[in-house]
Design a protein around this ligand. Sequence first.
Ligand code: ADP
Length: 310
Amino acid sequence: MIQRVAVIGECMLELQGQAFGPMTQTYGGDTLNTAVYLRRCGQADGIQVAYATAVGEDSLSQGLLDRWIGQGLDTRLVRRIPGRHPGLYMIQVDERGERSFHYWRDTAAAKAYFEVEQTPLEQYAEEFDALYLSGITLAILPPAGRERLFALMARMRSRATVVFDNNFRPRLWPQIQEARDAFERAFSLATVALVTADDHQTLWGLPTLDAALTRAQDLPTPELVIKRGAEPTLVREAQDPSRWLTAPTERVAKVVDTTAAGDSFAGGYLARRLAGGSAVEAATFGNRVAARVIQHPGAVIPAPAMADLL
Ligand code: ADP
């Protein structure tokens, strides 16, 4: 059975290398990573993934679209806004191999996705079985756009799966209270929440990870998944809200790069869940996918490196 998932967020251009030296260009963004892994993990089960964002009409924007199509994503929910451009980030690598990040995303096209009477996502929402967004999606949208997204979540949640992943980047939120309010709204509108305990701790300024765990277990989202890095994942299904189950993580001898660990977990989790697996089965699979991804450099690892999992 075909299942359609809409993933909304921002994908940026990425430059990586030495300042005033050679740089390689690619692209990245949490929701885009999730969309790619979801497509890979769900393709055999008929899961189709559409990425909803805005880009410009320039050749770099076209280059992004071409690459997303190359990853098997549907681009009909993408808006192209004349005069706007994708956001950009640069990863500078110093002599010791330490990486530092710089961002140019304040005027990125993706922020303006909802600045139109009706977005393609709102227009075609009824055709989708699931919607996925993250805390970064909320962060980049201006308040009016965020409200439109909340309205869409409210509209879809009665018949579709609405997934919120709590990725939290403090620097994207000038006012912490605004972030807390937005996250609370999203947790109450989602049907599935994927929670990283670390991010929950930072958002609420909690003293310990344990305090964050306890607090996360009280979230109102019916299906709740709490990720804890190498520690087993905690899972609660909507049918049995008082019962917490655990899903094992994989033992990874050498972690190479944890970029996209949570994003790839989300892709694997949703693929299994939408294909009919239980939350524990889905989390176990998500952990296998994430364990593979952190053994390779970069956010999106080559497809052959995970072929045996699919
Ligand atoms: P995020 O990337 O969202 O911050 P986590 O750090 O909780 O999330 O990790 C997400 C997933 O990545 C975990 O649920 C687990 O599957 C996997 N993972 C992360 N670190 C490790 C590790 N050291 N060993 C095994 N799996 C890991």
